[in-house]
Design a protein around this ligand. Structure first.
Ligand code: FAD
Ligand code: FES
Ligand code: MG
Length: 276
């Protein structure tokens, strides 16, 4: 059992939790994730390791409530326990030898982008971020990004914070004003696809962090199969980072929608019962 030592609401649907898991903190690197189970009957879900504190043995996770399991997790409070918390899983993000980097995130993707920015900043790479959100009430981690990046650009769909529009609307301008040797993109699949299309035209190597359905997180179940160029990879062990110019995004979108009906039904059942 893993104790929740802190719970903070970051925005309407986004929560930060610190979980006591000293074994996970010892080896965790930027880009890796955990797979957790809220209770014994619960399903396994992957969440990125947003931050690590080796002195108090805690891992920070930041999650958006989108369905049954994230809803159940959000019902837990400080001092309560979750059943399983396995990690670190996946390959760390490759950040070596990068000097001038642009990190682009959409929505809760900011939580996945933050540890990459932090690690780049620690190795003295110069990092800028473009972070896009639906509107001002969804903006998260603004102060965190200020500490680990050089320039911060924000967009919101309605213009209530930063520039009005999508991250891709300002991406070309930002790329043309700066000389980036690498771009990281993380967020909705369509966003990563659009970012990669633009950076490909500018010949900037691009890494994306993929979010396929994961079950065991060990390469055994095949749930997280993704098509990268001509190869088939398992995102839980080969990723979650991949070359953004090689990913078959349409295949990923199709696979992620496979369980949508059941997930929506489960969530409706849970929330209509008012479970806690
Ligand atoms: P559901 O209603 O079951 O599903 C809602 C949507 O979430 C689905 O349509 C699907 O796209 C996705 N999803 C559902 N089950 C899974 C699963 N087992 N594995 C992967 N995706 C699933 N979200 C965050 O908010 N913060 C994070 O830091 C974060 N990190 C992630 C890191 C990785 C490597 C991956 C693969 C996903 C990450 N996600 C993160 C997404 C998160 O796992 C899903 O939002 C969560 O599993 C939804 O579960 P649910 O039961 O609440 O919703
Ligand atoms: Fe099962 Fe990746 S989650 S193979
Ligand atoms: Mg679910």
């Amino acid at each position: 059992m893993y104790k929740i030592t802190l719970k903070e609401t970051l925005s309407d649907q986004i929560t930060l939790m610190k979980i006591e898991a000293p074994d996970v903190t010892r080896h965790a690197k930027a880009g890796q994730f955990v797979i957790l189970r809220v209770d014994q009957q619960g399903e396994r879900i992957p969440l990125t390791i947003a931050d690590v504190n080796t002195s108090d043995g805690t891992i920070t996770i930041i999650f958006q409530v989108v369905g049954k399991t994230t809803y159940m997790l959000n019902q837990k409070d400080k001092g309560m326990y979750i059943e399983d918390f396995v990690g670190p899983l996946g390959m760390p993000t490759h950040i070596e030898n990068l000097n001038r980097v642009l990190v682009v995130s959409g929505g809760v993707g900011a939580a996945i982008a933050y540890p990459v920015c932090k690690a780049l900043n620690e190795q003295h790479s110069l990092v800028d971020i473009i972070s896009g959100f639906k509107n001002k009430s969804f903006v998260i981690l603004e102060d965190w990004f200020k500490k680990v990046s050089h320039k911060q650009y924000y967009t919101t769909d309605d213009g209530s914070f930063g520039e009005k529009g999508f991250v891709t609307d300002i991406l070309k301008k930002v790329i043309e004003e700066n000389q980036y040797d690498h771009v990281f993109a993380v967020g909705p699949i369509v966003m990563m696809k659009a970012v990669s299309k633009i950076t490909k035209a500018y010949h900037i190597p691009t890494t994306v962090s993929l979010n396929p359905i994961m079950v065991d997180g060990t390469g055994m179940c095949g749930g997280c199969r993704v098509k990268i160029g001509d190869s088939i990879k398992f995102a839980c062990v080969d990723g979650p980072d991949f070359d953004g110019h090689q990913v078959d995004y349409d295949n990923l979108l199709k696979r992620n929608q496979m369980y949508l009906d059941k997930e929506t039904k489960d969530f409706k059942q849970l929330t209509s019962r008012g479970d806690s």
